[in-house]
Design a protein around this ligand. Structure first.
Ligand SMILES: C[S@@+](CC[C@H](N)C(=O)[O-])C[C@H]1O[C@@H](n2cnc3c(N)ncnc32)[C@H](O)[C@@H]1O
Length: 472
C-alpha cells in the first residue's frame, strides 16, 4: 500500500463570529481570493487547500456561507458597481462584504426590510457593521506576492464607498434586486428552470433544503463497534449524538473529524444519510463477487465490506483518489485479501477484467452533483448547463460497458448524486429500452435533498437509485 497523508476532513460548517478568530481583514482577503478562484473554475476544496492553515477554518466558514448566498451577494455588487472591475479579488471582496453587511444590519440593527438571506441568518457569520466596513477596506489594500498593483488605493476607496452607500441605502439596494430570481434563490437561472420543469411542486423546497448546511452524519462500522458504543463515546465527550437508522448516527458538536471519539479505531465513517442507502440495496451475501465500478473515495465500498464477506474489486480511473480508498479501508480494518483496488477505466473492460462475471455491480457514476449542493455549494457556480447532457452521455457509455460484466440473475445498482432526470429516471428508461435482458427491481428511485426536520432528522443530500437485474 502507498502511504498517504490523512484527508483533511472538517465537520459541517456552522459559521459563527466566535469560530472566526483570525484578523478579519486577512480572512476577508483570503476568502475573496478563494471565491475568485471558484469564479475561475477551481473547486472550493482546491481553493481552500491553498489558504494558509492559520486562516483556513475561518475562510472555510465565510466562503461556504457566501457560496450558499452568492446569488444575492453578486446581484447587490452588480447593481452598485456598473463598470467592470479588473481585479477579481476586489470584485469578490465587494460581493462578500455586502452579503456580510446585510447580515450585520439585520442582526444588530433589526433593519427592515428582510432580505433573501433572512431565513438563513442563524447560520450566518456575524460582525459589527463598523468593523466590517473598516476591515473590508483594509482587505482591499492587501496584495499577494508583494508587488502592489496600480490603483490599489482607488480600490480601497471604491470598497469603502460601496459599503457606506449600502449602510445608507440598504432598502434601495434590496428593492433593486427584489425581482431577481438569482438573488432570491441563489441558484443559476438555467438550474432553477430545470428544477421547476422537472419538479414543479417541489422546486422551491429543493433549493431551500440545498442551501441549509448539512448535519454531521456517521455510518457505524458494525465490524468494529455497535451503534450504542459509538453514541456513548460521543456523549461521554460532550457531543449530542443519536442513532437515526440501522447504520446512521447524527452528531452535533464541532471540531476536526480526526479528533472525534472512535475515528482512529475505525468505528465509523462520515457519510451522508442518503449515501447510506446504496450498499444495502445490492442484496449482498457472503462469497459474492462484487464490482464497485467508480469506487473513490470509497465510502460505499467500505459500507459493502461492512455488510458482507464479499470479494470486492474496487475500480477507479483516478489512482490518487484510490489512495483514499486504501487509507479508509485500512483505518476501518476492511483491507483484507478479499479486496482488489484497481486503477482502471471502466469504459475499457478488456484492459482489466479477467472475464469472470460479477454477482453484483455498484455503478456510482460521475454526475453533475446536483443533489449534493448542501455539502458542495460551489457546484452551483462551477457547473455549466451543457455539463448535464455531457455527463448523461458518459453515464450511458459506462452503463453499456458494465452491463456485460454482470452474471445472469446478478444485480447492478445505478447511483448518481444528481436529481436531474437526465442522470436518473430518463437514463434508466433509455437503458431498459437498449438492453432487453435488463429488469428493473424495487429500489429507492429519486431521493430529493431534505432539510433537517428537528430532533433525530438530519436531512440528507439528493440521489437517484435504480436496481437492475440481468435476466437469465
Ligand atoms: C461519484 S464518484 C464515486 C464515489 C464513490 N462510489 C464513493 O462512494 O465514495 C465517481 C468516481 O468515478 C470515477 N471515474 C470517472 N470516470 C471513470 C472511468 N472512466 N472509469 C473508472 N472510474 C471513473 C471518478 O474518478 C470518481 O472517483
Amino acid at each position: 500500500m502507498t502511504p498517504v497523508s490523512k484527508p483533511n476532513y472538517h465537520s459541517p460548517i456552522q459559521a459563527s463570529a466566535e469560530s472566526i478568530s483570525a484578523p478579519l481583514a486577512q480572512l476577508l482577503f483570503a476568502s475573496a481570493e478563494a471565491l475568485a478562484a471558484v469564479q475561475a473554475g477551481r473547486s472550493l476544496t482546491q481553493a481552500l487547500g491553498l489558504v494558509n492553515l492559520s486562516l483556513r477554518s475561518g475562510v472555510q466558514a465565510l466562503t461556504y456561507y457566501a457560496m450558499r448566498h452568492w446569488g444575492l451577494a453578486s446581484a447587490l455588487r452588480d447593481w452598485a458597481v456598473k463598470k467592470p472591475l479588473e481585479n477579481p479579488i476586489t470584485r469578490e471582496l465587494i460581493a462578500l462584504s455586502l452579503l456580510l453587511l446585510d447580515v450585520s444590519m439585520q442582526k444588530n440593527e433589526s433593519a427592515e426590510p428582510a432580505s433573501p438571506q433572512s431565513p438563513y441568518l442563524d447560520q450566518a457569520p456575524l460582525y459589527g457593521a463598523h468593523t466590517l466596513v473598516d476591515q473590508s477596506v483594509q482587505a482591499a489594500r492587501m496584495v499577494r506576492g508583494g508587488q502592489k498593483p496600480v490603483g490599489l488605493e482607488a480600490q480601497a476607496k471604491l470598497v469603502n464607498a460601496v459599503l457606506r452607500r449600502f449602510q445608507r441605502e440598504r432598502p434601495q439596494f434590496l428593492a433593486a434586486v427584489k425581482e431577481d430570481p438569482l438573488a432570491t434563490y441563489a441558484f443559476p437561472l438555467w438550474w432553477q428552470q430545470k428544477l421547476k420543469k422537472q419538479y414543479p411542486a417541489q422546486y422551491v423546497e429543493i433549493m431551500h433544503a440545498s442551501r441549509l448546511p448539512p448535519q454531521l452524519t456517521l455510518r457505524v462500522n458494525r465490524r468494529r463497534a455497535t451503534q450504542q458504543e459509538v453514541v456513548s463515546a460521543f456523549i461521554e465527550k460532550g457531543y449530542t449524538a443519536q442513532a437515526i437508522s440501522e447504520w446512521a448516527i447524527m452528531v452535533q458538536g464541532g471540531g476536526a473529524i480526526e479528533r472525534m471519539p472512535g475515528y482512529e479505531q475505525g468505528w465509523w465513517s462520515v457519510q451522508d444519510l442518503g449515501a447510506q442507502f446504496a450498499a444495502p440495496q445490492l442484496k449482498l451475501k457472503s462469497g459474492m463477487r462484487v464490482l464497485d465500478a467508480c469506487a473513490a473515495p470509497g465510502g460505499k465500498a467500505a459500507h459493502i465490506l461492512e455488510i458482507a464477506n464479499v470479494d470486492l474489486t474496487a475500480v477507479d480511473l483516478s489512482a490518487a483518489r484510490l489512495e483514499r480508498v486504501q487509507e479508509s479501508l485500512t483505518r476501518l480494518g476492511l483491507d483484507g485479501d478479499n479486496v482488489t483496488i484497481l486503477p482502471a477505466n471502466i469504459l475499457k473492460p478488456d484492459a482489466w477484467w479477467n472475464g469472470v462475471p460479477f454477482d453484483a455491480i455498484l455503478a456510482d457514476l460521475p454526475c453533475s452533483g446536483s443533489g449534493v449542493v448542501k455539502h458542495h455549494p460551489d457546484i452551483l457556480w462551477l457547473r455549466r448547463q451543457e455539463d448535464v447532457a455531457n455527463l448523461a452521455k458518459q453515464q450511458r457509455h459506462m452503463l453499456d460497458a458494465l452491463w456485460p460484466l454482470l452474471k445472469p440473475s446478478g444485480h447492478l445498482l445505478f447511483v448518481t448524486c444528481s436529481i436531474f432526470t437526465e442522470e436518473g429516471e430518463r437514463q434508466i428508461e433509455q437503458f431498459l429500452s437498449r438492453w432487453p435482458d435488463a429488469k428493473r427491481c424495487d429500489a429507492t428511485g429519486i431521493l430529493l435533498p431534505q432539510s433537517p426536520m428537528g430532533e433525530g432528522q438530519p436531512g440528507h443530500d439528493g440521489f437517484y437509485y435504480a436496481l437492475l437485474e440481468r435476466q437469465a
